[in-house]
Design a protein around this ligand. Sequence first.
Ligand code: ADP
Ligand code: ADP
Ligand code: ZN
Length: 215
Amino acid sequence: MLIILLGPPGAGKGTQADRIVKNFNLAYISTGDILRKAVKEESALGRKAREYMDQGQLVPDNLVVEIVRERLVEPDCANGALLDGFPRTVDQAVFLEKVLPETKATIDRVLLIEVEENELIERLTGRRVCCDCGANYHVKYKSPKVRNVCDQCGGDLYQRDDDSLATVTERLEVYKKQTEPLIKFYQERDLLYTIDGNKDIEDVYEQINDVLKEL
Ligand code: ADP
Ligand code: ADP
Ligand code: ZN
């Protein structure tokens, strides 16, 4: 079983993913998290990916699809996985369809989380992330109990380099040009379910739960 989370940067994919993987017992695959880890470790992948990420551009498809190909065959994916931030181009989606027989998985649902643009900017520029466990916070909407300290692990919170206003604007443009075509792609395959992501975190989760509980 594969569930795909689709939606612009800041839509709340990571926030919802956290609860989805726990409640539905799915492996979590976030290409963004994997790439940030590679950058931090200065691996070969990280060195290639870094400048694209800093500029708010997509990392080239050939690098990203290899990450996913390797990740999908890991044992924890046997029960199913949640893909967050992949695919992000039509070419990546076509690749995924091609490798699925190898992994014996099928795509069950694609959840499109829609949020208005002003709200996306507000969410991204206010986002804070734990440098140890990657948990997400927001200065207004989801603040930690102690300022700049992670509730889950006590790690320090930081602002991602690409969450600056200039890079956020670029990322939203990139989403429209390169990722939005996937909406039609998955509509044609009858897999797309639209979630109103403008609501509060709890309400958005309820909508997602309604779509997934019948699986
Ligand atoms: P994405 O993974 O889609 O880029 P995140 O889950 O990281 O998005 O959310 C972006 C920011 O918005 C985070 O700071 C998060 O705490 C906040 N956020 C997520 N969902 C909501 C919501 N429904 N209402 C308000 N803020 C939210
Ligand atoms: P967000 O949901 O906030 O946009 P992510 O953490 O998913 O952020 O991605 C951060 C960055 O990592 C992207 O701006 C892009 O440079 C790179 N990235 C992540 N996933 C992909 C992907 N599937 N294809 C290409 N680049 C990706
Ligand atoms: Zn933490």
